[in-house]
Design a protein around this ligand. Structure first.
Ligand code: OTU
Length: 623
């Protein structure tokens, strides 16, 4: 279809004053949009009609953008680097645990500002499945906020207040699956053909068994296998995660149409960043693990192109917990961009691994192998999140050099964090009772670094150093760093999930506590553990804000150092040193440096205390 005839579909509903802008954006991103969608769905006989319908809907969705959001679109388009600066800092929390509900979250804005937060990721808050719902990752409606957490009006009020405070709201967009009580799943169960086509449903085990030969398992204990029997409806549904999370069939253009609309309607409520959940799993192909398929990337590129036309202020973030070599694809190509941001889960896992091994080798290998990103894109760095630390992303790095079997090496790390080897950690092995397998580790950061179990001031000091070391790396790596709620106060594991039958089988609940009000109230009191953690973290955040070398795009280099030590330079003017071991480490500085945290001048050989870190800025003063 020639451009001229498609553009009138798009512009029809767009108000006069915004048409030129939208037309210009379509000229820029329309070709990629069409090309991706044509590769995915061009075989359908009514493709042209469908594409026209999609553009009509897109125009109407753009028309639905408020003046404030349209202004944001313009501002972001003029400054596409807005999220890459060293002032950018994220914070991630569950709505109920941070503030009870969305209105309560608005009451926490001052706290977020005190921390320097500019980006708030609220874990799923859309209407969720009744009963078990994987912490909201089983969505029953993309169109309404869960009534327990508030209303759509509350969401719009919250995004407006956050925007006023300079904080962008990030929300999960769970696009791989819906809850089994989502109206689409209910209709499919009831036999409605159109909706059956939204899912991967099978009459018997023939195809499921063939797929299973090459599929992995995300929750091998709590939800083994990838297919769920539907006794009433007959047959089987593809359910990669829990049995009540039905995978959507993205090879159906109607799924794309509905999901793209859902995303853009949420954007019109003021959500600025979408965490695209489980992006790796969107496309199925027999004989593969059904992850990272080329078509999954085409879907994401099409969503990006559509958002760039309709709501260019919006950012897309890939949550693909996959080996590092698979990650660059999630950023796309300069001519066909995909996501703006992607989780660097290899860096996160490697930092924990290095701590367990008291050797920086794993993290060095990840830093060295981290590809340079296209412009206007960023990694997301983090210490902990609501999920487990998945060890399998590190298989390639763990197999390097050591001569040891990668699996055995990762399993040893996993055992360490489960409290083995007489160590300080108080975590658990996730979804694995086999001591030789490494799946994941759960637990709050404070518990994993030994703060929970620390006896006396000396042990607490060492645990605190380990906690700040990990935060220091996340903050200095060159990424959008995201703090996990409770970590700023050194909150420990929450063991109460064991008493709840709907949660007991999933130890990720260990790291999902309520915000501890007592610790929160004591955050400015350095006489308390919470106060000491908070002060240490804030010192790192405020130092970072003053260091343009720590922006996401600035170059990073590894300097030679002893094996336990990570020496990470950011350009010629900044050097971060991290001692991952309990033994002092020597390092030879070239030239004169200033310690930006301890405020002293340094030169020549320095000795890093156990688990100590330094942030150094080159001293240009002449002596
Ligand atoms: C994501 O996670 C979410 O972050 C989890 O909280 C959800 O349970 C899951 O999707 C289903 O919606 O596969 O690519 O190993 O790292 O489940 C990302 C556990 C995922 C998570 C994994 C994950």
């Amino acid at each position: 279809m020639p451009m001229s005839s498609s553009i009138h579909h798009l512009l029809d509903a767009v108000p006069e004053g915004r048409r030129a802008d939208v037309a210009r954006r379509y000229a820029e991103h329309g070709p990629a949009l069409r090309a991706c969608l044509h590769s995915l769905y061009g075989g359908a006989p009514d493709f042209e009609l469908w594409y026209g319908r999609l553009l009509c809907a897109a125009g109407a969705l753009h028309a639905g953008r408020s003046p404030a959001l349209a202004a944001l679109d313009t501002a972001r388009a003029a400054q596409p680097d807005w999220f890459l600066g060293q002032q950018m800092l994220g914070y991630c929390a569950y709505v109920d645990r941070l503030g009870g509900d969305l209105r309560g979250v608005a009451q926490r804005i001052a706290h977020l500002q005190e921390l320097g937060v500019r980006y708030l990721h609220l874990l799923p808050f859309l209407k969720m499945r009744e009963g078990e719902n994987d912490g909201g990752f089983a969505v029953a409606s993309f169109e309404e906020v869960d009534p327990r957490l508030g209303s759509n009006a509350d969401l719009e009020a919250l995004t407006a207040s956050l925007r006023g405070a300079g904080i962008s709201l990030c929300a999960d967009f769970i696009l791989n699956h819906v809850a089994d009580d989502h109206p689409w799943a209910l209709a499919a169960r009831g036999g409605e053909q159109r909706l059956r086509g939204f899912f991967h449903l099978f009459p018997d085990r023939v195809l499921p068994d063939r797929y299973e030969r090459t599929l992995g398992q995300v929750f091998p204990q709590a939800a083994p296998g990838n297919f769920t029997a539907l006794p009433a409806a007959g047959g089987w549904a593809w359910t990669t995660f829990y049995p009540y999370q039905w995978d959507l069939n993205w090879s159906n253009p109607e799924v794309f149409f509905e999901m793209a609309g859902a995303l853009l309607r949420l954007a019109n409520r003021g959500i600025e960043v979408f965490r695209l959940d489980s992006t790796a799993f969107l496309w199925k192909r027999e004989g593969t693990n059904c992850m990272n398929q080329p078509e999954a990337h085409l879907i994401l590129q099409a969503l990006r192109a559509l958002a760039s036309i309709v709501a260019p202020g919006v950012l897309l973030k890939a949550e693909a917990i996959v080996p590092m070599r698979e990650l660059p694809a999630y950023f796309g190509q300069p001519a066909q961009p995909e996501c703006h941001i992607a989780y660097h889960s290899s860096l996160m896992a490697a930092a924990w691994g290095a701590l367990a091994e008291q050797d920086a080798a794993l993290v060095r290998s990840v830093v060295a192998g981290t590809p340079v990103l296209p412009p206007h894109a960023s990694w997301l760095s983090y210490v902990r999140c609501h999920d487990d630390i998945g060890w399998n992303v590190l298989r390639a790095e763990a197999g390097e050099g050591s001569g040891e079997d990668a699996q055995a090496r990762l399993a040893a790390i996993s055992r360490f964090f489960a409290g083995g080897e007489g160590g300080y950690a108080r975590g658990e092995a996730f979804q694995s009772s086999d001591p030789h397998a490494a799946h994941g580790t759960t637990g709050m950061a404070a518990s994993l670094v030994g703060l929970e179990g620390a006896q006396g001031a000396q042990e607490e000091e060492m645990a605190m150093r380990r906690l700040l070391l990990l935060h220091g790396l996340a903050l200095s790596f060159g990424a959008l760093p995201v703090l996990y709620m409770g970590d700023e106060l050194g909150q420990a594991n929450d063991y109460s999930f064991r008493e709840r039958p709907d949660r007991a089988m999933d130890s990720r609940w260990l790291q999902r506590p309520q915000l501890d009000e007592a610790r929160f109230a004591a955050r400015h009191d350095r006489g308390t553990q919470a106060g000491r953690v908070y002060a240490g973290l804030r010192a790192l955040v405020s130092a970072r804000q003053r260091l343009p070398e720590l922006a996401a795009g600035a170059p990073r280099t590894l300097l030679p150092a002893s094996s336990a030590l990570l020496a990470l330079a950011r350009g010629p003017g900044f050097l971060a040193l991290y001692n991952f071991s309990g033994e002092p480490q020597r390092f030879m500085l070239e030239g004169r440096w200033r310690d930006v945290l301890a405020h002293g001048a340094l030169a020549g050989e320095i000795i890093l205390a156990p688990w100590a870190m330094h942030w150094l800025q080159r001293d240009h003063q002449q002596y």
